[in-house]
Design a protein around this ligand. Structure first.
Ligand code: COA
Length: 173
């Protein structure tokens, strides 16, 4: 079984919608991806292919990190979904790793996400709040460990703190 991760092409768009809708058991995340794409806010959109079938998808958009009057932009992963019948076979892992690999070739140095603290630490993501970041996307303090960051460049971490705001579309789901 080989998994190929590649950037989306226009003919993938319907399959991506179906994957995100099936993975999240509703259309909100699929619509979110469409909105980000329509607003040209998708900085990276990866599909996972197995035997010429698209079985997984991961989206990346920019968040703002605001510290007093300094506003910087960094990538964030989300949503990510794998077709339910293909889950548990390493496809999600391949997508997360490919995203980190792609981002390590950029100047950003940090990648944010909101997701399960049981899943993402294995790839190097860690809770962002202890590193000096806040986010109103995680309003419930007891869930703050769901707000995570992957540090690809310690230099970026040394320079950046602040409030992380995801694209408005994330606040509608
Ligand atoms: C999360 C998701 C993308 C992972 O993809 P996948 O191909 O199933 O993942 P992998 O096969 O690479 O890894 C499987 C591992 O992920 C864990 N896992 C899957 N979904 C998880 C979740 N929501 N929370 C925590 N762990 C999860 C499995 O328990 C398994 O753990 P193990 O390796 O310790 O046994 C996929 O399960 C999915 O689409 N879930 C529904 C959508 C979703 O919840 N996305 C965002 C999650 S934060």
């Amino acid at each position: 079984m080989s998994i190929t991760i590649r950037a989306e092409i226009p003919s993938d768009i319907e399959a991506i919608y179906e994957i995100e809708a099936a993975a999240f058991e509703g259309q909100a995340h699929a619509e979110l991806v469409n909105q980000l794409r329509a607003e040209e806010e998708l900085i990276l959109s990866h599909v996972a292919e197995m035997n010429d079938t698209i079985v997984g998808h991961a989206a990346y958009s920019l968040v703002t990190v605001t510290d007093s009057d300094i506003v910087r932009c960094f990538p964030a992963l989300g949503p990510i979904g794998v077709l339910p019948r293909y889950q548990g076979r390493g496809i999600g892992s391949a997508l997360v790793r490919a995203g980190l690999e792609a981002m390590s070739n950029t100047e950003y140095g940090l990648v944010f996400l909101v997701g399960s603290p049981r899943y993402y630490p294995r790839f190097g993501y860690q809770p962002a709040q202890p590193l000096g970041f806040t986010s109103d996307y995680v309003e419930d303090e007891s869930r703050h460990e769901h707000f995570m960051v992957a540090v690809l460049d310690e230099g970026a971490l040394a320079e950046v703190r602040g409030h992380v705001r995801f694209h408005d579309a994330f606040h509608q789901i």
